[in-house]
Design a protein around this ligand. Sequence first.
Ligand SMILES: [Zn+2]
Length: 256
Amino acid sequence: MLIDSHAHITDAAFDNDREETVKRAFDLGISHIFEIACEEKYWDSALDLSQKENIFVSFGIHPHEAQNATADDFKKLSELISSKKCIAVGETGLDYHYDFSPRDIQKRVFARQIDLSISKNKPVIIHARKAIGDIIAILKSYNRQFNGVIHSFEGSLKEAQFFIDMGFKLGVCSIITYPKCGDIREVFSKIDISKLLIETDCPYRAPQNYRGKRNEPSFVIEIAKKLAEIKNMSFEEVCSKTAQNASNLFLENIKK
Ligand SMILES: [Zn+2]
């Protein structure tokens, strides 16, 4: 079992070969793909895509899009989250690297989606870019445990521990394959495998061997290989353990 726990296959980057890309991943042994639909314009196509076997979907509003979110969007989001193959809310969060939406609006839209994840009893997928301090402050204000993942985690060991203590898993993406990213390899080497999920975040951030190219779900194999090296485990063990973590977090819930 090997799961790409975070992909954006409805992105226009796959318009010419979406079917083939998905098929290639499954042919290479990827067992499940979790599609993250975090812009209103992708929601309907992601819902369609999730009709396929072994593809599941998360719906949310990305911090980049926060200022465009309307009352109708929230209404539709709430309905979509109740759909049969929806595994989570998100990705949502804060992005102070690009600051595409004003920060106060990002915070408000983030909090609304946390509320939604709690009321719908679905995990939350969090995007935290140059904003970990404020994310931690918002989560703390809830004074409770969470179900979810900090996707493409790139913080410190201390921050990692904070999120884990709150109930979160951490998403391991392609950055662990980049020569210059030794710090994050060091962090993950110290975190128990039971807390980690692997993800491509495709079409963004291709692994080192494909750098500059479009990323795709089958490349999750590269990330698993690197994580195996970092954790001093076999490739098979990394695949099955991270897949089990992803399945426990996201799939158990929807079987009920
Ligand atoms: Zn993403």
